[in-house]
Design a protein around this ligand. Structure first.
Ligand SMILES: NC(=O)c1ccc[n+]([C@@H]2O[C@H](COP(=O)([O-])OP(=O)(O)OC[C@H]3O[C@@H](n4cnc5c(N)ncnc54)[C@H](OP(=O)(O)O)[C@@H]3O)[C@@H](O)[C@H]2O)c1
Length: 222
């Protein structure tokens, strides 16, 4: 039975990963930061862990909470999207929220979780965004978010070199109907996650450290 870890699983894309992997018979360890979300994860068949990825003390507890595990698929899904464009400077709070949630949390998770993924010769996917692309950027909407997800992609590309027995990727989920994606998004969480699970399963060594779309299409350039 494969072991799956979903970091940031209270709702949206993260919860859908939990739902689908549990339905497939996997053992799923899933994190959230509120009592209600932890209870919802338990009810969904997951082993819940309390983690606030933006709180270094909280996320640094992952190492002992996961001591001895071998993780076949780890997913870093937690994300924050502060509004705003390049006509205004970001507030310190908005910058810190995006950078701590989308980048620092992932950089703190990597040294704790990647060795456990290596132990299973598994895969570690980080949910990035098409908005991180530097090539072909179409507007500055979500400026701080774009910067944070581009930084996440670099964290993934560079960390890959230190964990040769794990396969790390940055993965765009597409535009998905969640609290973050809004009602106009073309993909449901179920459709996005179904495609991403297929993509993760089909990753090849040549895709190590790269940035890939939900359906497996390589972005090619960053
Ligand atoms: N929806 C889209 O169209 C889209 C497009 C591109 C990329 N993404 C990325 O996909 C990922 C999931 O987003 P979503 O669409 O599912 O959005 P969502 O429904 O708004 O979910 C965001 C998730 O991140 C968690 N989170 C935020 N801050 C956290 C923290 N400090 N510690 C732990 N968890 C935290 C939330 O937990 P709480 O419930 O505790 O707040 C929630 O589970 C994000 O990384 C997002 O950037 C989404």
């Amino acid at each position: 039975m494969p072991t799956i870890l979903v970091i940031g699983a209270s709702r949206g894309i993260g919860f859908e990963f939990v739902r689908q992997y549990v339905a497939d018979g996997a053992r799923v360890i899933a994190t959230a930061r509120t009592d209600a979300a932890l209870e919802q994860l338990r009810a969904a068949g997951a082993e819940p862990l309390r983690v606030d990825v933006a709180d270094p003390a909280s996320i640094s507890a992952l190492a002992w909470q996961l001591d001895g595990e071998k993780i076949d698929v780890a997913l870093y899904v937690a994300g924050a999207f502060p509004e705003g464009d390049a006509r205004q400077p970001p507030t310190k709070d908005a910058f810190d929220q995006a950078m701590h949630t989308n980048v620092l949390g992932a950089m703190q998770a990597i040294p704790q979780v990647a060795p456990l993924v290596e132990a299973a010769r598994g895969r570690f996917a980080f949910i990035s965004s098409r908005m991180a692309r530097i090539d072909g950027v179409e507007s500055s909407r979500g400026w701080t978010y774009r910067v944070s997800k581009a930084a996440l992609n670099m964290a993934v590309a560079s960390a890959q070199l230190d964990y040769p027995d794990a396969l790390l990727v940055a993965l765009s989920p597409g535009w998905v109907r969640t609290a973050m994606g809004g009602d106009a998004a073309p993909l449901t969480a179920e459709q996005s996650v179904t495609a991403m699970r297929r993509t993760i399963a089909a990753l090849t060594p040549s895709q190590r450290g790269t940035f890939v779309d939900y359906d497996g299409t390589p972005f090619g350039t960053w």
